[in-house]
Design a protein around this ligand. Structure first.
Ligand code: TXA
Ligand code: MG
Length: 310
């Protein structure tokens, strides 16, 4: 991790000039730009090749800054106290006098907000006079980045700067919950729904596969390594890369471990880098052993099942 104040200064210099830069978070790397600037936000969409109607998450240091842009409610405050900063994104109503660029939400009145829990990102936000819009730092529909080198692989020299914050500690995107109405989970991610249930004394709806795509992260095209991927495999075809979570006696060249101890948090952390590595080795397909559907395993399986429909 090459974090020091001079890197933060450099990052600020680019952001102040409306450029996009790579930033580390505890979930995945983000492609960040000034959320108050139309020019900066438009650049994010262009770099990612992202449809302009797919809204962005805006990242804040704390609730005080957020209050300038969004209307907060009790459910939000309860969840914020428990889980933020951390891997959870809240959908809230925008205030009429909010300074958020209209391109962030495609002129819609709801905003996705998150408080990242990464030292480097927090130190950067402290230096800025604006919050940061940041989608995952990957070309649309491709694998997310969990290391600075992944971000470089995705964007090459098209972005001017990447803040290196080491490998992301969670490795999966944030859980998204819409709080503008009845609490509704829109994306599985870093925080398990059962934990959210314990905090909110009300029914929580789950709409992660809604036909009317509220969050295009729900799209089947997401998280794809770009080669066919099959789940729940016991015996893979010979030429496929085999991704495992439980230690086998035999260890073959095409075996890739997400975790040697069947640990789901470790598996989540290694998932995207493992798939990226396999793709870069030139394998033509990926077979994945059954992943237990509990805790972060649910989010892993959700991402994999979307990737398998590619
Ligand atoms: O962990 C994360 O959330 C990472 C890091 C960088 O913070 N960010 C991330 O952003 O995953 P992105 O853009 O790759 O995914 C954000 C998802 C998209 O599926 C988008 O459609 C949805 O959030 N979203 C954003 N704003 C929304 C809104 N106002 N209403 C509903 N969904 C929204
Ligand atoms: Mg993404």
């Amino acid at each position: 991790m090459n974090f020091n104040q001079s890197n933060i200064k450099k990052a600020k210099k680019y952001l102040d000039k409306n450029y996009c830069i790579g930033v580390p978070t505890e979930t995945v790397y983000g492609l960040a730009a000034n959320a108050y600037s139309n020019i900066a936000v438009k650049r994010i969409f262009k770099l990612k090749n992202r449809p302009t109607n797919n809204p962005l998450i805006v990242h804040y240091l704390s609730i005080d800054e957020l209050k300038k842009d969004c209307v907060i409610n009790n459910n939000f405050i309860e969840l914020y106290k428990k889980f933020s900063p951390g891997p959870i994104t809240y959908i809230l109503k925008l205030k009429k006098d909010s300074k958020i660029s209209k391109f962030v939400t495609n002129k819609k009145k709801n905003l996705a907000v998150r408080f990242p829990n990464h030292k480097v990102f927090k130190n950067l936000l402290k230096e800025l006079k604006y919050p940061l819009a940041a989608p995952s730092a990957n070309i649309s529909n491709r694998l997310s980045s969990v290391e600075a080198s992944d971000v470089r692989e995705e964007f090459g020299s098209k972005i001017k700067y990447i803040l290196n914050g080491g490998k992301c500690s969670i490795g999966l995107e944030s859980t998204i919950i819409n709080l503008t109405n009845k609490p509704t989970i829109l994306r599985l991610g870093g925080i398990d729904i059962s934990k959210i249930r314990k905090i909110l004394n009300t029914k929580i709806f789950i709409k992660i596969n809604s036909r009317k795509k509220i969050a295009p992260g729900q799209s089947h095209l997401h998280y794809s390594p770009g080669i066919p991927l099959k789940m729940n495999i016991r015996k893979p075809q010979k030429d496929a890369a085999f991704v495992l979570i439980k230690k086998r006696k035999k260890d073959l060249k095409n075996f890739y471990y997400l975790s040697k101890k069947n640990n789901l948090n470790e598996a989540a952390k290694n998932l995207y880098s493992c798939l990226r590595k396999i793709k870069n080795k030139g394998y033509k397909s990926i077979a994945i052993e059954k992943i237990p559907n509990k805790g972060l395993g649910k989010a892993i399986n959700d991402k994999l099942s979307r990737a398998s429909k590619y």
